[in-house]
Design a protein around this ligand. Sequence first.
Ligand code: UDP
Ligand code: MG
Length: 330
Amino acid sequence: MASSTPRPAQPLLSAVVPFLNEAENLPRLIEALERTLPPLGQAWELVLVDDGSRDDSLAVAKAELQRRPQLNATLISLSRNFGKEAALTAGLEAAQGDVVVPLDADLQDPPELIGPMLEQWRQGFDVVYAVRRRRAGDSRTKRLTAFGFYRLMGRLSSTAIPADTGDFRLMDRCVVEALGQLPERSRFMKGLFAWVGFRQTAITYDRDARAKGQSGWSYWKLWNFALDGITSFSRVPLQVLSAGGLLIACLALLYGAWMVLRTLVFGIDLPGYASLMTAVLFLGGVQLLGLGVLGEYLGRVFEEVKRRPLYLVRERWRQGNALDPASTHR
Ligand code: UDP
Ligand code: MG
């Protein structure tokens, strides 16, 4: 049980929604939020981040907001697709609420959960994250790879990253501020959420299939996302390499000693082409793999030292305010 720090009685709640090609889902999502949030009885704002959509999502989002002039809303349109992690960061930075809830635009994160989350927050928890009990709509392969990934991360990383947890969570302002202080470019949000700590608790839910459209995550994107996660939160792959190298070197030394002895005793026999090839190819493979792993880390160091902004804003639009084009950020 968390201790109860005083909470504002009437917190402002920010719903932060990054979206990529979600024209069909946005109207439903806004309706769902309008259905569930006002009954909770506190002020709320909507922060929409267009992550370089190529369909008419942006126009749809604007139209939806214009139809609701009373809605407290911010719409940020990024200059291109920067990926969900960057879009979410943009949204978190724009959110002004005392509590902030990132949601997917495809209604896979049910807004009905925000009520129970707020309840936990009032009890004194700073983060209430939603754990998926069931993942409807995800293919077997996706469920299996996700399962494998969470377990692998659990073993490799010293930061305990809760399994089957997405970005859907309710965060106190102090947590959002803490996330804003993390300077890294490679933003593996699941890991960062866990790394910042604070008093965290979980609630479980059944995850439905996405409402409309297709997931923006190809397997290639997921693979790189997994690599991002592992390289940002673990040095184990590098340690495995050095340990493996050491082991192979020791074995080679022993084998060398044995060959010298054998030659001294029995003389030289020439056959051995097969074993020679195997050893050469195997070691070549191991070396390339090692270079690859090193490269993954080095590439990320390269990204970090360039210190490019995480995202660029093409257009920032506040409900009621005029368009404010071409403002860049960070
Ligand atoms: N998304 C985004 N940028 C991207 C990919 C996805 O903003 O490059 C958004 C997407 O519109 C959705 C959320 O991130 O609101 C989750 O994406 P998706 O449903 O494709 O992921 P999944 O649920 O399959 O993990
Ligand atoms: Mg989804």
